[in-house]
Write a protein that binds this ligand. Structure first.
Ligand SMILES: [Zn+2]
Length: 462
């Protein structure tokens, strides 16, 4: 999850949101290619299983009628629970499973189960672990195990398919015992070879990939491929990824382990590798970073309102004055993100630029963000920032006709067009780390090479 967040943070936002919007809207107009539809679906379909085994098997909030059923009829419900989670039970035990819905509070769930506030208070305060119950949220569930006298025996707070807090009441002294049960996913790897004939989304979906996985793939290759413009019929990709299982049922997809993307005759590769310091990232077969040192744009959802132009007529000065950056029209307050890791060398007013942030990235690069409404908290001269970190908010300070961001990109002191400048890759793997990478990813690299040569064969047969 952390990895995905980092990836998303590092992804050129314009493309990411574009894809996200497409997927949300359920259309892929711009990705649609004017080629005939696929006749046969040769790819294996995955069965997406959203609900966990438990959720499928345990009843949702039981009606009163169900609760009044005689105990033997409900007794077998407990057999559906994983045995490891159960202590031996007396025959009269009834499990009531309560799904947590929006607006539910712990006290409403307790009262639905016929339990009082006193008991709730006692549990929450019996142990620091009890405090977890105050953080319930929709999608989770709580199961109550009551005896024939409607007294609580056990409570299971199912936080996620892999995490459960089991609370057992000792009837002798009414104390509570807390046990955290963590299950491990069983990981299977799966591969898919997908030819793009309709669109990335449709063809990937037909191959059994879900929206998240497709987004992750697009995020990964978004550093090199503009998915709104660059995809052509005949493009294809090969992907190796993890699937996470519990009790033989697929729960969700895990990491993308490796992928090839063939775009307009060029092959792009990416392999997931966890460095010796446990930091995971994607690298090409040769250990170069897939990520680049800079994202293309510092604002999301923003339209370019004025391009880089060395002979522009200035809108306020009405004189020929070079426009040495790009303007993004965005509403006041829109967050502005550092396009690369670096050190703030100015966070202050700078003439016609108004409130300005300048970031120095290593020895060669600086980026400048002008007309800010405000600086982000903690942004000041000397401060280190990370790529994607919010540094300020769009405004119209200085000489500006309306709220927009003026963004400049300099290489060795000279202005370059931020929209077209070639962006350097992040630091490659070197020395021992590279040797470790080559050794650990040998199988994946062979798989990528095999997929590339198969594709070459297929192309030659055409
Ligand atoms: Zn400008």
């Amino acid at each position: 999850m952390e990895k995905m967040r980092r990836l998303v943070d590092h992804f050129p936002r314009k493309h990411l949101h574009f894809l996200l919007l497409l997927s949300l809207a359920g259309v892929s107009l711009l990705l649609l290619l004017p080629s005939p539809p696929v006749e046969a679906k040769k790819h294996p379909r995955l069965e997406p299983t959203l609900a966990s085994v438990e959720k499928q098997n345990t009843p949702t909030t039981p009606s009163i009628a169900e609760e009044e059923l005689p105990p033997p009829a409900l007794k077998n419900l407990s057999l559906l629970q994983p045995p490891a989670m159960l202590a031996p039970e007396p025959a009269e035990v009834i499990w009531q499973n309560k799904e947590i819905n929006k607006g539910d509070s712990l006290s409403t769930l307790f009262s639905k189960a016929g339990l009082g506030a006193t008991e709730l208070y006692a549990i929450v305060n019996a142990d620091p672990k009890g405090k977890q119950l105050t953080k319930i949220h929709p999608g989770q569930s709580i199961a109550f195990n009551l005896n024939a006298e409607d007294e609580l025996q056990q409570l299971r707070y199912i936080k996620s398919p892999t995490e459960t807090l089991l609370i057992t009441k000792n009837s002798a002294d009414s104390s509570y015992q807390f046990e955290e049960i963590v299950r491990e996913y069983e990981i299977k790897t799966r591969q898919a070879q997908v030819n793009i004939e309709q669109s990335l989304f449709l063809d990937a979906k037909n191959a059994g990939m879900d929206d998240n996985l497709i987004m992750e793939l697009a995020t990964l290759f978004g550093w090199d491929i503009d998915f709104s413009l660059d995809i052509r019929g005949g493009d294809s990709f090969y992907i190796v990824y993890e699937e996470l299982y519990l009790d033989g049922e697929k729960q969700k997809n895990g990491n993308i382990l490796a992928a090839n993307f063939f775009n307009q005759g060029k092959r792009f590769s990416a392999i997931y590798y966890e460095k010796a310091n446990k930091e995971g990232a994607y690298f090409t077969e040769n250990g170069a970073s897939v990520r680049k040192e800079f994202t293309r744009s510092p604002v999301d959802f923003a339209r370019v309102s004025s391009h880089f132009n060395l002979k522009r007529k200035h809108p306020i000065m009405h004189t020929i004055r070079a426009h040495k950056g790009v303007d993004y029209a965005a509403s006041r307050g829109t967050p502005i993100k550092a396009t690369g890791d670096g050190k703030v060398i100015l966070a202050g007013r700078k003439g016609g630029y108004g409130k300005t942030v300048i970031i120095k990235h290593g020895q060669r690069y600086t980026t400048l963000y002008a007309h800010l409404n405000a600086y982000a908290r903690g942004i000041r001269s000397g401060k280190r920032v990370r790529q994607g970190q919010i540094i300020g908010y769009v405004g119209s300070t200085g000489m500006a006709t309306g709220p927009h961001l003026h963004y400049e990109f300099r290489v060795n002191g000279s202005h370059r067009n931020p929209l077209t400048v070639k962006l350097p890759r992040a630091t490659p793997l070197k020395g021992e780390e590279k040797q470790r990478f080559l050794a650990q990813t040998n199988n994946l690299r062979q798989q990528l090479l095999a997929s590339a040569s198969q594709r070459t064969l297929a192309m030659n047969e055409l």
